[in-house]
Design a protein around this ligand. Structure first.
Ligand code: HEM
Length: 141
């Protein structure tokens, strides 16, 4: 009889690890995309509405970023990185650069004083986050 490798359920620890990582990614990356779409409406409320929404947004999303780092380290330790291929290691390294760009871009966006700088940092941060997400999917093999 020929053994066939079919799909298998992940163990509960892997489910926990990846679910937390993906949940945090959905808040960090998805939140930025949704907020970008909401900003024109929020601006219409006038006053300091945009600033207050931005502060509330940061309270929700920065914990997700730190959870991504913690569960990301957990991912790395859980998958036997010593046995990874060269292309996996390259993708992982590029992903780490994207994670830094995502965090630094978002931070500098909150500190920028001109509308142009705010836009550039937000764009860079979101691009880094989306690339980190895509590379993360590639890393799961
Ligand atoms: C902006 C930050 C990040 C985002 C958006 C992100 C996103 C993702 C996504 C969507 C996956 C695929 C999960 C799946 O398909 O089940 C993944 C996997 C992975 N991530 Fe991240 N991640 C981030 C940060 C990190 C960090 C900081 C590390 C390491 C220190 C890391 C290490 C990994 C590893 C090793 C995998 C593969 C896990 C496996 O195969 O079990 N990630 N990531």
């Amino acid at each position: 009889m020929v053994a066939v490798d079919g799909p298998q359920l992940a163990g509960w620890l892997d489910v926990t690890r990846l679910s937390l990582h993906v949940l945090a990614a959905s808040v960090w990356v998805g939140g930025q995309l949704v907020l970008a779409g909401l900003v024109p409406t929020v601006r219409g409320f006038g006053g300091d509405a945009t600033k207050r929404v931005a502060v509330a947004f940061g309270r929700l999303t920065w914990p997700a970023y730190w959870l991504l780092i913690v569960t990301g380290v957990w991912n790395y330790l859980a998958i036997n990185p010593g046995a990874a291929t060269t292309s996996w290691n390259v993708a992982f390294t590029v992903k780490m650069v994207c994670v830094v760009v995502a965090g630094v871009g978002s931070f500098l966006h909150t500190r920028a004083t001109s509308a142009r700088a705010r836009g550039v940092w937000a764009g860079l941060g979101t691009l880094g986050a989306i690339l980190a997400l895509i590379l993360g999917v590639a890393l799961t093999g």
